[in-house]
Structure formats: structure tokens, C-alpha cells
Design a protein around this ligand. Structure first.
Ligand SMILES: [Fe+2]
Length: 364
């Protein structure tokens, strides 16, 4: 199937805009724009209570068009976040059920769909100074889409702020659709049918608890460098610097030069979310990238968020070719993962995403 024959499941961006305008006019949802390229604040939808099918559809349309949704200070609890995650999973045939909290690191005790993202002095990575020096020189450092080492990485992610320090701890999000749209024509032609290798590997993490978890769930995949969003047909410059290692079939020098060009370009289309306690931020993993903060470790404060994600699909390139597994298993739903016993031995609550003793911080 080529791009020309792939019909977007939820409609073209223009068609979705018509629906969204009607939903706003009917009082189903209210949107406040954050930037020209991505991000809206959502009001008028009470996520503490069960949503109607129409409300779920309006929220999903808003997510497709604006890519990052911010629900300010809504103060959900674990049950309410999990319930909303299940509700959203019904919005499109291209999104799956909720995943287990984190495919590699496990889940919060008693809440198999939840992943704990904790940052503080006790989770400070050993190599944080080296990481920050790299990030200062290469502004794309740390940006990623979640777990793109997997052949079907999450389709949607969401984070809820529970303990939020002041003045530090912002999360950045970038639009990979805007990155593609604004790419120069010769680079567009160069990347049109290329694939890139994504691997779950962070520095010298061998022997640590995090390293052992990664090693026990090895994942390497090839994804198109330009993907077609299955719900909107939008073309996406699908790059996830935290996981993307090289362009398949290219010399190391050429691959690095091309990737640095793409990454530098992509971080020009970003927003910075300043958290308040109780915020819920939802992002489309297929069209955005994000970066966790690192300024908490030296601030004497701590930060606690909870993440849920929805199962995604292998991606299609412009020529219709799909993502391929090099190593590992596809991501499963939470129910399938629990039944498979692959989650056993992953410590979940204690081993949060930023405990990389000798590697750089990941995710969110
Ligand atoms: Fe992340």
C-alpha cells in the first residue's frame, strides 16, 4: 500500500477541524491554543467522571490536530487516570488498549497500567554532568518518542503531575509533523524512503537494575524515517533521538550528519510545559517527541508523575513499507502482558524511568 492509497482513518486535518469546530460550538470541548505548531489547553471536559462517546471523540480529534493536550490542575487520582486511558483507547482503530505501566520497567504496585516517573536526589544519574554538557552542545539530546525500539511503540502517552517543584522540571514537546512540513525539499527527497534503527540501549547500564531490565527485554526495530499518520494521513519526520542509532544502509559518517541535521531542525518546533500540581498532559506519540527535565537533580527538590500509554502499531512509510522487528517482541496490552508473565521481575515503583545509574535519563 502506498501513501496515495492509504486513507486516513479519522479524516484529513481539514475534516477533523470541521468536527472540532462543531464540537466547540456545541459546548463539548473548549480549546486554548498554546503555540502555532502544537499544544492546546483543554477545558469543558471533566475527566474525573465517565465521558460520553462524543466527548471522547472530541478529545481525540483535538489530540490529532494539536498533538499535545494540557488539562490544567484537574487533580485526577490513579483510578481516574486509568479510566480515562481506557476510554481514549476506544477513539480509533489505530490505537490499542492501555499498555502495562512500562514494558521494560514494570508498573506501580496494584495499578498495572501505571508507571511511576520519579526524579530527585536519590534518582540522580551518575553521569548527569556529562549528559548536561552534551545537551548544551546538542539541543536535541534527550528528545524521544517513548520506546521506539519496539516495532509498535505507544500510540499515545499521558502524564499526571502529583508532586511538582516550582521553577524546575518543565517537559518539552516537539511537533514532528511541523518538522517534516518545514524540511527543505532536497532533504525531504533524501529521507523519503529511508529506515532507521532504534534500540533500547543507554550507555554503560550493564549490571545495574535498569540495565538488567533492558537486557531482559531486548528491543531493536527499523522504522521509516518519514511515516504517514494512520488517522490523519499527515507526513511525520519520525525521529526519536534517544532511541534512534543510525540510518539503515548509510555509512556511519553520512548517517550521523543526516541525523544531526534532522534533529537540529526538529527541535525548532517545540513547546515547554510548565507543570502545576494536578496537570494531565496527553500527547500523540506518533507525531511528537518530548524531553524530560534534568534540572531537578541539583535543585534539592523532587518530582513525581504517573504515566499511562496506549499500544501502538508498526508504522507505514511513504512507500507503504512498514516498521520491522530486528530483535524482541511487540508491545502488548496490559492484560496480555500480565498473562504472558513477561512483566515478572520488573520492579516498577522503585525502578522509575530516571534511575539510570550510568546512563542518561529516560523517559518523560
Ligand atoms: Fe518519555
Amino acid at each position: 500500500m502506498t501513501h496515495a492509497t492509504m486513507k486516513p482513518a479519522l479524516g484529513t486535518p481539514d475534516e477533523i477541524d470541521v468536527r472540532l469546530n462543531a464540537a466547540e460550538a456545541n459546548g463539548l470541548i473548549k480549546l486554548k491554543y498554546i503555540s502555532a505548531n502544537l499544544g492546546v489547553e483543554v477545558e469543558g471536559v471533566d475527566l474525573k467522571n465517565t465521558l460520553s462517546t462524543e466527548q471522547v471523540a472530541a478529545v481525540y480529534d483535538a489530540l490529532l490536530r494539536h498533538k499535545v493536550l494540557v488539562f490544567k490542575r484537574i487533580g485526577l487520582n490513579h483510578e481516574q487516570q486509568v479510566r480515562f486511558t481506557y476510554e481514549l483507547s476506544e477513539a480509533s482503530p489505530n490505537i490499542g488498549a492501555p499498555t502495562i505501566g512500562h514494558t521494560v520497567f514494570g508498573h506501580v504496585d496494584q495499578y498495572p497500567e501505571l508507571f511511576s516517573v520519579y526524579q530527585g536526589e536519590k534518582s540522580k544519574p551518575r553521569n548527569i554532568e556529562r549528559y548536561e554538557a552534551t545537551a548544551a552542545a546538542d539541543p536535541w539530546t534527550g528528545y524521544h518518542c517513548d520506546i521506539t525500539a519496539c516495532v509498535n511503540p505507544p500510540s499515545i502517552g499521558m502524564l499526571r503531575g502529583e508532586i511538582i517543584p516550582q521553577g524546575v522540571g518543565d517537559t518539552n514537546f516537539g511537533s514532528l509533523a511541523a518538522a517534516y512540513r518545514t524540511l527543505d525539499e532536497s532533504t525531504k527527497a533524501q529521507v523519503a524512503t529511508l529506515f532507521a534503527e532504534h534500540e533500547y540501549k543507554f550507555g554503560r547500564s550493564k549490571g545495574s537494575e535498569a540495565g538488567d531490565s533492558i537486557a531482559s527485554r531486548r528491543m531493536v526495530s527499523h522504522h521509516p524515517l518519514v511515516t504517514v499518520h494512520p488517522d490523519t494521513g499527515e507526513e511525520i519526520l519520525f525521529n526519536s533521538p534517544g532511541f534512534l542509532k543510525f540510518v539503515v544502509g548509510m555509512s556511519s559518517e553520512d548517517s550521523t550528519a543526516l541525523l544531526h541535521k534532522i534533529w537540529k531542525h526538529s527541535v525548532e518546533y517545540t513547546i515547554q510545559h510548565v507543570w502545576d500540581q494536578g496537570d494531565l498532559v496527553v500527547w500523540d506519540e506518533r507525531s511528537t517527541t518530548h524531553r524530560a527535565p534534568t534540572d531537578i537533580y541539583s535543585s534539592g527538590t523532587e518530582r513525581q508523575l504517573y504515566r499511562t500509554t496506549l499500544v501502538g502499531q508498526p508504522m507505514h512509510g511513504l512507500d507503504g513499507r512498514q516498521s520491522q522487528i530486528v530483535e524482541g517482541e511487540p508491545m502488548l496490552s496490559c492484560a496480555e502482558e500480565l498473562a504472558s508473565n513477561m512483566h515478572v521481575g520488573r520492579s516498577g515503583t522503585a525502578l522509575t524511568g530516571n534511575v539510570f545509574q550510568s546512563a542518561f535519563p529516560e523517559p518523560s
